[in-house]
Design a protein around this ligand. Sequence first.
Ligand code: PEP
Length: 248
Amino acid sequence: MRRTLAAGNWKMNGTPEMLAELATLTGGASDTAPQIIICPPAPLLTRAAEATANSPVDIGGQDCHANAKGAHTGDVAASMLKDAGASAVIVGHSERRADHHETNAQVRAKAEAAYAAGLTAIICIGESEEERLGPDCLDIIAAQLDGSAPDSATAENTVIAYEPIWAIGTGRVPTMEQIVETHDMIREKLINRFADQGENMRVLYGGSVKPTNAAEIFQAENVDGALVGGASLKAADFQPIIDALAAS
Ligand code: PEP
């Protein structure tokens, strides 16, 4: 039985004032309730961890460097995220793959750095619109998964987030048929490579998840939750998504 997960990616948004809302999110208190993780920008991590100390909300980073330390101006090591109160980190988000030219190999190295620091890696994969329209879409996603997930991935240290790039921040979502087909393929690949660990590894859907479409998306057997961008910024939008997950 996989525990469901609602993860919020604040991207380069967030103010100290917004942190108070985090403590109002409910759910996640027991193992049968969805886990909640909010990933604010790095400078807000410590305050976010303090704001959620007595709440069921866990905190995550949005990226980490593959190295443990060194001359990498502007970058953050996984252990620093851990020290700031994070228990997870997103790696390989499509915005980082696009803006910072991150490759599957780099994403894999970042996930390994996350494991070494004791963080869960939320590894993002997903196709462009052109790839979705072409004949090899599932093969492309499978190759991303193979290249980005380390051999040492387990159900505990890894979450996979399937995020079609064309659905992120656009208000567009794949059809349920496409979501089911893609998540089923990802599950099959995970089981082939990681056996029981792959069966138990959580696979999130991400891309324009809203209170209005969450319940339908969560009906799919191999959708274990969501990675949510815009709708995670306000408790009024994120809470109904958590509630839909709890009811799924
Ligand atoms: C994301 O950035 O991971 C994301 C899914 O964004 P949105 O929910 O805004 O589409």
